[in-house]
Write a protein of this length. Sequence first.
Length: 142
Amino acid sequence: MNLSLLFFYKNEALERRNLLRITFRIGFISLMIYLNAMFLFFVLYFENPLMLVVLLFWSLPLMLFWMPVTHYLLFQGLDNKKPIWFLELCIPFFGFFLALGHYLWVRSEEVSAEEYALKRYQTALFGKVKRATRTKRKKRHA
């Protein structure tokens, strides 16, 4: 058998293995983001500020456990071992800050809706509160 042909098959096998690892890496990162998104919906469903604390305590162990595990699983045997510590750090915290931001946004929307409803209720009770005109104020003080 030709030696160059054998070398070609070896390179093709390495490329296929690298492609599988890269695919696994993308799938794993997607899974982590999906799990964080599920927790986001969990927080928003219950609308409980305590759930944000639960989310934080869920994200920290996830980060501390999965960061070395993913680094080992995804980068063993890869030809160019470039560390993506920043990306691995971002995966769990992405979901937490997304949940926090979305929760605060939903709460601010609720507060503005409550203020609007209160104004409508007061208007219905007392009628439109009109400010006295300048001439009426002058007459009152005269």
